[in-house]
Design a binder for this molecule. Sequence first.
Ligand code: THU
Length: 130
Amino acid sequence: MSHDLFEAARDAMARCHAPYSQFPVGAAIRADDGRIYTGANIEVASYPEGWCAETTAIGHMIMGGGLRIVEAAVIAQKKVGCTPCGGCRQRLAEFSDAGTKIHLCDMNGVIQTVTIGELLPYAFDAEALK
Ligand code: THU
């Protein structure tokens, strides 16, 4: 993975709105259109209504014209190798293949790379609805 995706995730994290958890998270998606889409977690006073960095990034990708995730990076200031939450695994999987790589980071770069298939085995997907 080139360093630009990590840097995009790290820079996005700085835009988080996380006054309640004080747990900044950033995400960056390289999409099939060649562009990088980013996001940070956005919390609200009614706690369950906030959302994750990955979800922000997916929204940006879809509205920007990207259709599929080629690879993604996730970073959290206070957790080395932070993995996407369960809900975000489902959302990432919607726009990925099982082999799509998710790069887990520390503050300096990628420390581990896993696939969506590893993060979300036995996924419920569009096939189930046919
Ligand atoms: N968070 C993310 O942004 N992504 C994840 O995959 C894990 C959790 C955020 C949500 C909340 O704003 C904060 O981290 C603490 O849960």
